[in-house]
Design a protein around this ligand. Structure first.
Ligand code: T1G
Length: 692
């Protein structure tokens, strides 16, 4: 077994260095080694103080996520930390990189904490649907007060060295040499009685500040259990001794560990890290790109430009004429001014980023770029013309990407002399904010282009998921089925507000009809008109959007859509509801009322069924990739783990029954995915398709 702890002595200070790559997770082996080393140091006469530190990039990322859900093995982290706190010899912890979760808690057990100037510390357990389980909820409030502690525990945010010092979470910042300064700190404690944080009383909170923090945590929890449990446990640190608070914390930790919410969030954590790993790319080295060209400076193009500028790339932004280019530059600058107003960047940063931007109307200058992304009008003919032009202007090595959201990539690839360098980079609006990037792989896209696109995704700090080519790719294709199902329910007796309320209760930030109002109904209307000629009359089609638009109800921007807007406030509109009812009656379908749960089940089944088709066709490689797309691009609640994970949790048998029912009712509008039926008959679930 590899050595996970290195131990040596620097004079009278024993140095215990955790060395468990990649992130020094506190696995069982690490806990055992640390426990024994602390124990041994007690009886060594030469050792008068102890330093615990980490090797490599980070102190420790905390508990080993791969051990979660398995029976815990001794020594448990709380016992190790109690042992550290009780040490007769002073113990200092030196944090660098990220001291997270259990890593932060080890520090709270120590007698002093020092952090590298560029280090971060935090208790991110809520992000995995958990709480600190090794004393964090009880020790942190005793150290920095309950209000600040609740803030850190319930948000899970990491803080930098200076904030940690200001809060009193660390005793010192190491400005030059963490190791040397930490040893000095330890040496200074020799011979002193070491106070135990767990025996200290939590400082009383100012009632108003506490109430405000509790209200904030409750407001932001939106269905998540862990932050609410955090309130309860931090409160207990005010009223209960540590010896009672800690077992309560431990119980809550294991309850949460077994909760569906934590399972869902852990699934996503691992899925995010697996998404870019493809066996066929294992030995493909991505190209290192610096200069990106973007054609089209509309909403998408300017957002994409900002995403690249923020990640340190040089960007050339191309528009057809000066007026359009000027408007695009104003858009880019507007995004930066907004970032300044919200305090995310300062003026120097804005100027710095803009200094990497070259605006131009001369497309031939793109020859200097290593990747060119088109973000022009969404019309195949126009895009084909552009591709032909690029074929003559760009060297054959330049990667070319389209930002199309649903057009077919193959004809575009046909227009290029070397189609292996062509792919889709589907950004989501606003492109500099949204985490998701669909990398669309056309039939002839080369492996190096694909691997380079994944590397770009990482540099942009996006979640990049590979999709094959089909109408709408992974995300919009599922969205279309989701929306269709919502509209079908309108024909069977449900109202827009009922569907929105049910889906908001499910965890979406906004229901589907409210979202359509926000985006504008005219877009859907234009598309429907375009597709009308080729629509199969046998398909189930709901023409309600047409009726709304014919009455000038284009959504929020026109003051009315599926809802009415009074001073910007959304209210149900009796006229729309009457229209929906009249249309529903005209279909001759039986009318009934829908429970929220029924609405949710039908919507989710439609999504999952389409997801199963997408998997069956090889458009997505893994169910987990579909989960990432829906969570990071479409607001599917992350604590449900994404639709495919959620389907497994609900049980595929039940889902198949709903799908069969829907097929019987919708006919050609809905067909059960063969993969869904196959999984049920072989008693498997989607997770078996995710691979190891
Ligand atoms: N356990 C096991 N593996 C981990 C891990 C962890 N905690 N954290 C990261 N990894 C793996 C990850 O899967 C990836 O693997 C590699 O390390 C690099 O990660 C009682 C018990 C530390 C900020 O929630 O936030 O403590 O893909 O790609 O962008 O309260 O990882 O290379 O095979 O993310 O530089 C609380 C989660 C645990 C921290 C580094 N801790 N990790 O980010 O690299 S609960 C967390 C992170 C707890 C106690 C309980 C990030 C990072 P591979 P990466 P990165």
């Amino acid at each position: 077994m590899p050595e996970v702890l290195r131990v040596w002595r620097d004079g009278e200070v024993a140095v215990l260095e955790i060395d468990n790559p990649p992130v020094n997770a506190t696995s069982q082996a690490v806990r055992r080694a640390l426990f024994d080393a602390v124990q041994r140091a007690q009886s060594e006469p030469e050792t008068l103080a102890i330093l615990i530190c980490g090797a490599g990039r980070t102190f420790t990322a905390g508990g080993d996520i791969t051990e979660f859900g398995k029976p815990p093995r001794e020594p448990h982290l709380p016992d190790l930390i109690n042992r550290i706190e009780e040490s007769a010899k002073p113990i200092v912890v030196a944090w660098h990189g990220t001291a997270l979760g259990g890593g932060c808690e080890i520090g709270l057990g120590a007698h002093k904490r020092i952090i590298a100037k560029d280090g971060f510390v935090g208790l991110p357990e809520v992000k995995l649907g958990l709480l600190p389980g090794a004393g964090g909820t009880q020790r942190l409030p005793r150290l920095i007060g309950p209000v600040a502690a609740l803030d850190l525990i319930a948000t899970g945010r990491m803080i930098g060295a200076e904030e940690a010092l200001r809060l009193g979470l660390v005793d010192a910042i190491a400005w030059k040499d963490l190791r040397a300064e930490a040893i000095e700190l330890a040496r200074g404690l020799i011979g002193q009685m070491q106070p135990r944080l767990s025996l200290r009383a939590t400082p009383a909170a100012e009632p108003e500040a506490w109430q405000a923090m509790v209200a904030k945590v409750n407001r932001e929890a939106r269905g998540r259990i862990a932050p609410q449990r955090a309130i309860e446990l931090v409160s207990q640190s005010l009223t209960l001794p540590f010896s009672l608070g800690q077992p309560n914390e431990r119980r809550a930790f294991f309850e949460l560990m077994n909760s569906e919410q934590s399972r869902g969030l852990r699934h996503l954590f691992l899925a995010e890290r697996e998404a870019g790993k493809r066996p066929e790319l294992a030995n493909v080295i991505p190209r290192d790109l610096h200069q990106i060209g973007i054609i089209g400076a509309g909403t998408m193009g300017s957002g994409i430009a900002v995403a690249f500028l923020d990640a340190g790339f040089k960007v050339m932004l191309v528009e057809a004429d000066d007026t359009a280019l000027q408007a695009g530059l104003e858009r880019v600058n507007g995004l930066y001014l907004r970032a300044i107003r919200s305090g995310r960047i300062d003026e120097d940063t804005r100027l710095n980023r803009l200094s990497n931007l070259v605006p131009t109307t001369e497309m031939s200058r793109l020859a200097a770029c290593e990747l060119v992304i088109e973000a022009i009008f969404e019309e195949l003919g126009v895009k084909l013309e552009l591709m032909k032009k690029l074929a003559t202007l760009l060297p054959a090595s330049t990667l070319i990407a389209t930002n199309t959201s649903y057009l077919d990539l193959e004809p575009m690839a046909d227009a290029l002399p070397s189609p292996e360098r062509f792919l889709g980079l589907h950004f989501f609006s606003p492109a500099h904010v949204m985490k998701l990037l669909e990398i669309v792989r056309a039939r002839r896209t080369g492996l190096q282009a694909l691997s380079t696109a994944l590397a770009i995704g990482r540099k942009l700090k996006k979640i990049a998921v590979i999709s094959g080519v089909c109408e709408g790719f992974i995300g919009n294709r599922i969205l279309a089925k989701f929306r269709a199902q919502c509209e079908f329910m309108l024909e069977e007796g449900a109202l827009p507000r009922e569907i929105d309320a049910a889906m908001e209760a499910f965890g979406l930030a906004m229901g589907p009809f409210a979202v359509q109002d926000l985006a504008g109904l005219d877009i859907a209307w234009a598309r429907r008109k375009r597709l009308a000629a080729t629509r199969d009359p046998a398909d189930r089609d709901v023409p309600l959007v047409d009726r709304l638009c014919e009455q000038g109800r284009f959504g929020q921007k026109s003051g009315k859509g599926w809802y009415a807007y009074e001073n910007g406030r959304r209210v149900p509109d009796p006229a729309v509801e009457a229209m929906v009812r009249a249309h529903a009656a005209s279909t001759g379908r039986p009318q009934r009322s829908f429970s929220a749960q029924e609405i949710q089940t039908r919507v989710v089944t439609a999504m999952v069924n389409e997801g199963a088709k997408i998997l069956g066709e090889g458009i997505a490689a893994r169910p987990a990739d579909i989960d990432l797309v829906l969570v990071h691009g479409y607001g599917f609640p992350n604590w449900r783990g994404g639709p495919m994970h959620h389907a497994d949790a609900l049980g595929l048998k039940q889902m198949l029954a709903v799908a069969k029912d829907t097929e019987a009712r919708d006919g050609r509008g809905f067909q059960v995915a063969p993969l869904l039926a196959e999984l049920v008959s072989s008693q498997r679930n989607f997770s078996t398709l995710n691979g190891a």
